[in-house]
Design a protein around this ligand. Structure first.
Ligand code: KIV
Ligand code: ZN
Length: 500
């Protein structure tokens, strides 16, 4: 009989901390419902004291999902815990995740404290959280760099105070897999609560040195029975452990004897949904969910796979939900085909929204021979812009070698029409100058990246921008076969996010 491993998903908390990936509450609910369908055990929905937006998201996600436990993060501070408990009011199953830094660096430089005082604060926070909820998880931040003997004292104390889960984060992504496994095993062997079944150990690994998944699996081998992961491995810096990698490693290695509750056939759709809503492309060669993860291009491999898939494939693409009967969409495809492809990619739309996406799809299909899944996900995301205050009505640019680029543009601002033109150093510069002639604010473009989604000169260009306004950085996104239009749309996306 396999042992059960709990999947704690932190896409909406640690994953969402990535600059430019912030979701609004409606989008977070969409992701939370998908995570529920995927079968995760715990959804870390946010850090309620950090902002009113995070507080609201925890409240709304608590109402929207039924069976996963909803978890809220806090520091080891009473006010944080009060606010988290309030945000979790509607959750059917609730958990408070509280903790404090335990490494020498954190104790000395962050808290200007002593090891003994940190234990007292950790215990006090767990006891305080227990007044509100039965299920309290403790995290020892920077446990990866914390001395094992001291860490065992901290963990022993918090389990005695009632911590039901103990999270051992490798916050800086520093540990080697063998070292992380030894740390987890040391804790399992030196803290009575684990063998007694009163608490479980959890991994929480970061990918700074590309070892997050290896460390997580090592932690499981060492005795952890919960893993903290994100979809597509998104997260600050190099990211967190990716959910799909851990789940598929355990599935393809039944000899490890560990099972999860994940319905793996929903992995692909979940990955696409998160990538599209967060405007965070998945690298093509990413394990399990990259576009090329199952694409065999060498003649020898293709020949082998056609004779028998097991020659070069260790996983069946269908097991992760890749539908190999993918219909290629063209200008002749109807609404039903579009709806089906959206559904396969995790986006379910009602008829009115489908009509709007279909219009955009036809315009794109006129420009491209084949419309890919990435394209339609972009279209499904792009239609969110219709709710925005500032919209691009038209854009015309003349450019070329030996001539000055000139742009003329029309904007619709809350129903009122504005027009302007400008010349510039290249087509994007001219278009943005025209935009600034209408929207006269002190805005500075800080970052600008253009990326092709797949291949071909008719491809859709995705533009990510960072614009600084009133001391604040705003992130915007645009996608179009015309990269100048995509750039202007990304700039407008930033403007639509300005707080005033
Ligand atoms: O990486 C980390 O240490 C964390 C904790 C706050 C759980 O995300
Ligand atoms: Zn983290």
């Amino acid at each position: 009989m396999s042992e059960r491993l709990y999947i704690f998903d932190t896409t909406l908390r640690d994953g969402e901390q990535v600059p430019g990936c912030q979701l609004n509450t409606v989008e977070k609910i969409q992701v939370a419902r998908q995570l529920e369908a995927l079968g995760v055990d715990v959804i870390e929905a946010g850090f309620p004291i950090s902002s009113p937006g995070d507080f609201k998201s925890v409240v709304e996600i608590s109402k929207a999902v039924t069976w996963p436990t909803i978890c809220a993060l806090t520091r080891a501070i009473e006010k944080d815990i009060d606010v988290a408990a309030q945000a979790l009011e509607y959750a059917k199953h609730k958990r408070i995740h509280t903790g404090i830094g335990t490494s020498e660096q954190h104790i000395r430089y962050k808290f200007n404290s002593t090891p003994e005082e940190i234990i007292e604060r950790a215990v006090a926070a767990v006891k305080y959280a227990k007044k509100y909820v039965e299920d309290v998880e403790f995290y020892a931040e920077d446990a990866g760099r914390t001395d094992n003997e001291y860490l065992a004292r901290v963990i022993d104390a918090v389990t005695k105070a009632g911590a039901t889960v103990c999270n051992i984060p490798d916050t800086t992504g520093f540990r080697l897999p063998g070292e992380y496994e030894a740390k987890i095993r040391y804790l399992y062997e030196h803290v009575d609560a684990f063998a007694a079944g009163k608490s479980i150990l959890s991994t929480h690994c970061h990918n700074d040195l590309g070892m997050a998944t290896a460390n997580t699996i090592a932690g499981v081998l060492g005795g952890a029975r919960q893993v903290e992961v994100t979809v597509n491995g998104i997260g600050e810096r190099a990211g967190n452990t990716s959910l799909e990698e851990v789940v598929m490693i355990l599935k393809t290695h039944p000899d490890i004897g560990i099972d999860t509750n994940i319905n793996t056939t929903k992995i692909w759709a979940t990955s696409r949904m998160v990538s599209s809503l967060m405007n965070m492309p998945v690298q093509p060669n990413k394990a399990v969910v990259g576009r090329n993860a199952f694409a065999h291009s060498s003649g020898i491999h293709q020949d082998g796979v056609l004779k028998n898939a097991s020659t070069y494939e260790i996983m069946d693409p269908k097991a992760v939900g890749i539908d190999d009967n993918a219909i290629v969409l063209t200008a002749r495809s109807g609404r039903a085909a579009l709806k089906h492809r959206l559904h396969v990619n995790g986006v379910d739309v009602e008829d009115k929204r489908l009509d709007a996406i279909y219009e955009d799809f036809l315009r794109l299909a006129d420009k491209k021979k084949e419309v890919t899944d990435d394209d339609i996900l972009m279209l499904a995301g792009a239609d969110r812009a219709t709710a925005h205050n500032v919209k691009l009505d038209y854009l015309q640019v003349t450019t070329g070698k030996g001539v000055k680029s000139v742009a003329s543009m029309g904007l619709d601002i809350a129903g009122e029409k504005f027009e302007a033109c400008a010349s510039g150093n290249g087509p994007v510069d001219a278009a943005i100058k025209a935009l600034k002639n209408i929207i006269r604010r002190q805005m500075t473009l800080k970052e600008f990246t253009i990326q092709a989604i797949s291949k071909g000169s008719d491809d859709v260009g995705k533009v990510h921008m960072q614009v600084e306004y009133d001391g604040q950085a705003y992130y915007g996104f645009g996608a179009n076969t015309d990269i100048v239009t995509a750039s202007v749309e990304a700039y407008i996306d930033c403007i639509n996010k300005f707080r005033h």
